[in-house]
Design a protein around this ligand. Sequence first.
Ligand code: PNS
Length: 178
Amino acid sequence: MSEVAHARVAIIPGSFDPITLGHMDMIRRASRLFDEVVVAVLENTSKKPWFDAEGRVMMVQHETADLPNVRCVRFSGLLVELVEKEHARVVVRGVRGGSDLEYETVMARMNAHLRPGLDTIFLPSSPDLTHIASRLVREIASLGGSVEGLVSPKVAAAVRRRADERRAESAAAAGGAE
Ligand code: PNS
């Protein structure tokens, strides 16, 4: 087997809308456990993202720039196909608590059904980060709250800008509807 075939490649998939300090903790820890970590940004999430795929990838790339064995790709379609393409051995997902575990276990088993032998490793979130979720970051920003301490200062600025844009968009839509 070649050197590449021996490399332990892990995939961390997600929407990253936006990347949070919780994601960063997981990526950093995975980068110490595996030879290579591929952060895979789902292009078309059914959740109608705040940031387009390009913006989400740019944020991930910026936040992980100091981690030499981490790279970021965007993907659509089945995760198992990306796993195959990247010659990855495992998928890594963060787990904050019981409901995450339940949801993630079903996904892990489904991915193993689609690609027998594929394992998912769950990383328990660090105790001081268990309250962080991208959905809550978006909600807080949309209601004018501070997202400091939940995302990096650079991502916080992007989130604030996007929240302002969205407010302007809905004000314009409401004005147009009158
Ligand atoms: O950050 P998220 O939104 O919790 O990530 C969800 C993600 C991207 C891991 C999941 O939606 C996914 O893997 N989508 C790809 C489509 C797929 O393979 N579906 C079958 C998996 S059970």
